[in-house]
Every structure is written in structure tokens, then in C-alpha cells.
Design a protein around this ligand. Structure first.
Ligand SMILES: Nc1nc2c(ncn2[C@@H]2O[C@H](COP(=O)(O)OP(=O)(O)OP(=O)(O)O)[C@@H](O)[C@H]2O)c(=O)[nH]1
Ligand SMILES: [Mg+2]
Length: 475
């Protein structure tokens, strides 16, 4: 997401910084470039135009031109305005009782998935969400929600397949909910094409009946220039209270995100970044602005990691490293931890400058499949071998290679990297150094599994080093 826009912005900003003395003309030229970049990223034309006007008004003030670093100053204005455009402060949900959340949106936007994601999120916060299937159109829609609800461990109201009146379903669901001890009700509705008057009418009736505190429009981040009309259409029909953007993990240009809030005045409350149920995150305008400006989202990354890594496990592992006891059993634990984090691409994408760096990496360097291959090698070792890697000599290596379906060279390389890593861990000086580079305690050294055996890929430690250790390492 946003990588093309981030690239163009990066170039324009470099130009701005590079100019010795800025004049009104330099600024106007640079901002025109930026406006084009925004429109190319699918930001609605008028939104882009007004946005640039605001940045320009601030930028050509006398004080700016006389300041020591006018280029930096303008970039700062741009960042501030971008945060404002995305909604300013993070907007929480109104969950005062009776807490009802109505989910709406176009076909395939991600409503059903997002309903379940939201339920899981609220459950983790200690609430008691209930899911209600109100999509009576698409065959199997009810079943889909039931399955997702089960995965999230949240009760689901599933109407009979013969039901046709959505208001009746809602009524029955409210009666059902009475005995469920729930605190938040989430209603998943049928997908619609914008022009579908019948469905819009149905949505209006449902809205009128439920009087929900929150009516959230689920919108695919890949929605192009029509994002604005989609948002206004739903807003006019039922008065939305917020937006959830989905599929931010895709490579869409992302302009929808930038236009929808501006046009409707309704905040973007959450962002979906993957198909898994735990991949729904609070939308923070300032962090998103940082991401668009190529500055990464370190806070978001740490939050995601903290959510999935068991702190006690991580500390135990750390202690063993410091005591020089780290062996292949610990290594396996750490591999599992990393795999739990989900696709590394997405996570590392939150690091500043990562998108640029990624292009220089060999293909597959961040491939979770490679981790799996490394894991297979370790799993082919006996427990004794995992605990005492030094005994893994010639014939054992042959056996491990055969057992894991890898080459002898792969096994040799893994063991070599592992013993180098161990050596480094035993030397406190080196270890401290490494930690510093990795951005503080909690960092872990070069992880042989990453880009190790197999093709000669980059190693995670190197990547993080190149990134300058701007923030905490996840590992
Ligand atoms: N990569 C990615 N896929 C997503 C995300 N959210 C939803 N999806 C996928 O998008 C597809 C459609 O999602 P649904 O939740 O069924 O969408 P819907 O809006 O309920 O669709 P209809 O009910 O048919 O209108 C599914 O394959 C989801 O797994 C996301 O944030 N990232
Ligand atoms: Mg659906």
C-alpha cells in the first residue's frame, strides 16, 4: 500500500530539500508534482487540490522562506495536513449500551470478515460481543459468519435460510441476545452494488429499527476514484458513523483512504490488513501519515509484535542466550514465535524505509516458506542433537539432510550460521554491540533461518542494521 505514492513523495521532497533558496515558484512547482502524485494514487481530484492549497498557503508565508531549512518546514506542514486529512486523532467506537454496530458496504468489501475481526478485537478487550447474520441474499453468507464466529469464539445468531425479512431477523436476534449475556451486538449485512435501490431500502429499514450507535462503512482500500461516491451514497442513506478500510495489505494505490474521510467528515476507525481474524488495527491518522511519508510505523509494529509474542517466553529465550545456553530447541521456539507474527513482509513494511530496501532484497528473502524449510532441518535432528549441536558431524548431517528433504549444503550452512550466532551470544561485548544496532534489549541476532540455507538471501540482522535500528527490533 502507498508505496508508489511514497516513492513520488520521496522524490518531490528530495527536490525541495535540495534547493538552496526556495522561492514561491520552487514551492509551487514541487507542490504541483505532489498533487499529481496524489491524484495518480487515486485521491479524488478536488480533495487533492484543496489539500495542496492548504499546504501551499502555509508554505509561502514569509517566515518559512526566511527560515534555516525551508524544505524541512514544508515537509512538516505536509505531514501535519496529511494527518488532519486522515482525521486528526484516533476515533474510538461508541459502545455505550445498548451497543449495536451495523456493518455495511459494497459487495466483497470485507464486511463479514471485518465483523468477525471486530468481534474478536472487542472480545480481547474484555467485552462480550455477539455476531448477527443479516445477509439473507448471498447463499452461504450465514454459514460464512457462523464459521468465522466459531474461529473467534463468539456466539453467532444464524437465521433460518428461508427468512427474507431482515427486520424480522433483527427482531428475533435481539430476543436471542437477551439470553446470551452479550454486551455488543454486531450486525453483518448483505453486500450491495451502489445502484441497488432494493438493498439500500432494506439497509435503511434495518437501520431505522436498530438505531445503532455505530454504523460502519467497510470499504476496500483498492476502491479507486469512486470511493468518494460510495462513501457519500451510504452516508446519505443511513448516516455512517465511521469507516473501516480493508485490504491495506494489498498493493492498491490507497487514495481511497485519503479521500473518504475528507468528503464524508466521518473518521476512519479501523484498518484491516490481512485475511486472518487478528489483522484488524486501530486507525491512527498520524501513524498512517508517517507510513505514507516512508517513515514507517514503529509503534504499530511493536504493538503487533507485543500482541503475538509471549513476553515470558521471549525473556526466557533471552536469558538462555546471555548464559550461552542457546541451542536448537530454543531456536525452534523462536522460529515458532516468528511464524506466529504472520507474513514478515507486512510487519517489516512498518519499518521506516523498508519499502525502498525491499526492492534490493533477493526475491524470497522474507519468505515464510524458507523459515519452514529451516524448521524442517531442525525437526530432523534428534533431541540430543538439538541440545548439543557440536555432535552433529558428517553422517548425522547426511541423515538430517535426507530426513528434511534438503541438501547437505543447506544443513552445513545452517549449522555454521548457528554456531556463529552462538559464538556471538557468548561474547558479551559483541552481544551488547549487536543489541545496540538492533535498537535495544529484546533484539535478537542474525537469524540463520532467514535467507540462510537455500538461495543466498539477506539475513534479517543485516536488514535491520541497514535500516539503522530506528526502533525496537521485534525479535
Ligand atoms: N488480504 C485481505 N483480504 C481481506 C481483508 N478483508 C477481507 N478480505 C478477504 O476479502 C474477501 C471478501 O471478504 P468478505 O468478508 O466475504 O466480504 P463481504 O463484504 O462480506 O462480501 P459480500 O458479503 O459478498 O458482499 C474474502 O476472501 C476475505 O478473506 C483484508 O483486510 N486483507
Ligand atoms: Mg458478507
Amino acid at each position: 500500500m502507498f508505496s508508489t505514492l511514497a516513492d513520488s513523495l520521496d522524490k518531490s521532497f528530495r527536490d525541495l530539500r535540495g534547493v538552496g533558496r526556495l522561492s514561491e515558484k520552487n514551492i509551487t512547482d514541487a507542490l504541483r508534482q505532489i498533487r499529481i502524485a496524489l491524484v495518480e494514487a487515486d485521491v479524488e481530484f478536488n480533495v487533492a487540490k484543496n489539500f495542496i492549497e492548504r499546504v501551499k498557503d502555509k508554505s509561502i508565508g514569509e517566515d518559512v522562506l526566511k527560515s534555516i531549512k525551508p524544505g524541512e518546514q514544508i515537509i512538516k506542514f505536509f505531514q501535519d495536513e496529511l494527518t488532519e486529512l486522515l482525521g486528526g486523532d484516533q476515533a474510538p467506537l461508541d459502545l455505550n449500551p445498548p451497543a449495536r454496530v451495523l456493518i455495511c458496504g459494497l459487495n466483497g468489501a470485507g464486511k463479514t470478515t471485518t465483523s468477525a475481526k471486530l468481534a474478536l478485537r472487542l472480545k480481547k478487550e474484555g467485552r462480550r460481543p455477539l455476531l448477527i447474520a443479516c445477509d439473507l441474499y448471498r447463499p452461504a453468507a450465514i454459514e460464512q459468519l457462523a464459521t468465522l464466529g466459531k474461529q473467534a469464539g463468539v456466539p453467532v445468531y444464524t437465521p433460518d435460510a428461508s427468512e427474507t425479512d431482515v427486520v424480522k431477523v433483527a427482531k428475533d436476534a435481539l430476543a436471542w441476545a437477551e439470553n446470551q449475556n452479550g454486551t455488543v451486538l454486531i450486525f453483518d449485512t448483505a453486500g450491495r452494488q451502489e445502484i441497488d435501490d432494493k438493498l439500500i431500502l432494506e439497509l435503511k429499514r434495518l437501520h431505522e429499527f436498530l438505531k445503532p450507535k455505530e454504523t460502519l462503512l467497510v470499504a476496500d482500500a483498492a476502491t479507486g476514484q469512486q470511493a468518494v461516491s460510495v462513501a457519500t451514497h451510504f452516508d446519505d442513506a443511513v448516516g455512517i458513523t465511521g469507516i473501516i478500510l480493508t485490504k491495506l495489505d494489498g498493493d492498491a494505490r490507497g487514495g481511497a483512504a485519503l479521500s473518504m474521510r475528507e468528503v464524508t467528515g466521518k473518521p476512519i476507525k479501523f484498518a484491516g490488513e490481512g485475511e486472518k481474524l487478528d489483522q484488524l488495527y486501530e486507525f491512527h491518522p498520524n501513524r498512517m501519515a508517517d507510513r505514507i511519508l516512508g517513515k514507517g510505523d514503529i509503534v504499530g509494529m511493536v504493538e503487533q509484535v507485543a500482541d503475538k509474542v509471549n513476553e515470558a517466553d521471549a525473556m526466557r529465550s533471552m536469558k538462555r542466550m546471555q548464559q550461552g545456553k542457546f541451542d536448537f530447541t530454543d531456536f525452534l521456539d523462536q522460529m515458532k514465535m516468528i511464524q506466529n507474527l504472520g507474513p514478515l513482509d507486512g510487519l517489516l513494511g512498518l519499518l521506516p524505509g523498508f519499502n525502498k530496501l525491499k526492492k534490493q532484497l533477493p526475491t524470497g528473502a522474507l519468505d515464510n516458506k524458507r523459515l519452514k524449510r529451516t524448521e524442517a532441518i531442525v525437526l530432523s535432528m534428534t533431541l540430543e542433537e538439538r541440545r548439543r549441536p557440536e555432535i552433529i558431524k558428517g553422517s548425522r548431517r547426511q541423515r538430517i539432510a535426507a530426513g528434511s528433504g534438503s541438501s547437505l549444503q543447506d544443513v552445513n550452512q545452517l549449522i555454521k550460521q548457528f554456531s556463529e550466532m552462538r559464538k556471538m551470544m557468548k561474547s558479551p561485548g559483541k552481544m551488547r554491540n549487536m543489541m545496540k544496532q538492533m535498537g535495544g534489549p529484546g533484539g535478537m541476532g542474525g537469524f540463520p533461518g532467514m535467507g540462510g540455507p537455500g538461495a543466498g538471501g539477506g539475513d534479517l540482522n543485516d536488514i535491520l542494521k541497514k535500516l539503522g535500528g530506528g526502533g525496537k527490533s521485534p525479535f
